[in-house]
Design a protein around this ligand. Structure first.
Ligand SMILES: Nc1ncnc2c1ncn2[C@@H]1O[C@H](COP(=O)(O)OP(=O)(O)OP(=O)(O)O)[C@@H](O)[C@H]1O
Ligand SMILES: [Mg+2]
Length: 351
């Protein structure tokens, strides 16, 4: 599968100032990320809070600028595009935010909000706008007559559906969803995830899913990239990353998921500061396997289609094969039940 988006050694830091406004260093939010997103795939980005997921998601859409590195999107050198060309390219790439309250303008009716990208990118003639908005509303599970209402008249889940309709309006090729369901009730989460999954298939979208919910990731992602302190430490096909994690950090993340069955790797200490990250491997200060080389050299991300950035990846004790079921968490159980029901319905094999 060819890549629709490719990042090479991309970095972005934010200056940190003291109380008097003097520069006192920089937060290296994204620090040397290379990543390839295959066309039509769902790629998840996972990792602890503050590891740089949102920054990476925005940098890859050039919603914030990278400090260095190359970003190729649909054949363009994204960082080199002039404002006009970038504006035209924007129709192909959209972002869905976590918070459907913040992402919709309270002064715009739903119809205006969904029509805005249609108009901006000249998707349909004005006379057809209303009809297209109605189609988009229906496609995300809302009634077309609800289009005249205001965002505050909708529930969180409905609002996220509106945000999805708005993202779809410009007929994008790539959507980045930054925690698109984590602000919603669990029952609503599954519905919205399902909707996204259907839309991804129907429109052959490429989707980058930023999520801390490994249950959701496991259900819908084709590939997973694991971030730690601004870097990707593991990347590969979802089943392989979940069943045979290569990086000690990935194992620690998975061990925290009930029912995953990966042997716990005790994580020691706090996440170090991204202002002054550890030398060599950034995970070494919390890694139970760290050796001298881990302090001296930053491990490259290697291993081809399932890659890890760990000097010791070929010498680690095996991560116990995961037990498939008996999820301890209520949340995960409900999600799993939901998806199982759905599979049964789809094949028509009712009992
Ligand atoms: N505009 C900004 N100015 C200064 N620092 C920033 C800015 N945006 C992000 N950061 C810092 O960069 C680091 C990465 O932040 P980012 O929001 O990308 O993490 P994240 O993985 O999305 O976290 P979360 O899971 O909590 O959403 C954090 O240390 C954060 O404080
Ligand atoms: Mg974030």
């Amino acid at each position: 599968m060819s890549a629709i988006l490719e990042l090479e050694d991309v970095a972005r830091a934010f200056p940190v100032r003291d109380a008097l406004g003097r520069a006192k260093g920089a937060v290296r939010a994204v620090d040397g990320v290379s990543l390839s997103v295959p066309e039509g795939a769902v790629l998840a980005i996972v990792g602890e809070s503050g590891c740089g997921k949102s920054t990476l998601g925005r940098v890859m859409l050039r919603l914030i600028e990278a400090d260095r590195g190359a970003i190729r999107f649909m054949g363009d050198d994204l960082r080199a595009l002039k404002p006009d060309a970038l504006r035209r390219r924007r129709r192909d790439m959209q972002l869905i935010f976590q918070d459907p309250f913040a992402s919709l303008d309270p002064r715009m009716t739903v119809e205006e909000a969904v029509a805005e990208p249609l108009r901006l990118h000249g998707i349909v003639p004005r006379a057809q706008e209303r009809e297209r908005v109605a189609e988009l509303m229906a496609r995300v599970g809302l009634r077309p007559e609800q289009a005249r209402r205001w965002p505050h008249e909708f529930s969180g889940g409905q609002r996220q559906r509106i945000a999805i309709a708005r993202a779809l309006a410009s007929q994008p090729r790539l959507i980045v969803g930054d925690e698109p369901v984590s602000a919603l009730d669990v029952s609503v989460q599954a519905q919205v995830i399902n909707l996204l999954q259907d839309l991804i298939r129907e429109f052959r979208l490429t989707f980058v899913l930023i999520s801390h919910d490994l249950g959701v990731v496991r259900h819908i992602a084709d590939r997973v990239a694991v971030m730690y302190l601004g870097r990707i430490v593991e990347e590969g096909p979802t089943a392989q990353v979940f069943h045979a994690p290569r990086h000690p950090y990935t194992r620690a993340l998975l061990a925290a998921v009930p029912g995953q069955g990966v042997k716990a790797v005790p994580l020691e200490g706090d996440v170090p500061s991204p202002i002054d990250p550890p030398s060599g491997c950034r995970f070494r200060t919390r890694c139970p396997f760290a050796e001298a080389i881990c302090t001296e050299q930053a491990p490259p991300l290697e291993g081809g289609s399932h890659a890890a950035a760990c000097h010791l990846q070929h010498r680690l004790p095996p991560a116990v094969p995961p037990a498939e079921h008996d999820a301890g968490g209520e949340r995960l159980r409900r999600l799993q039940a939901f998806f199982t029901d759905r599979k049964t319905n789809n094949t028509g094999a009712t009992t």
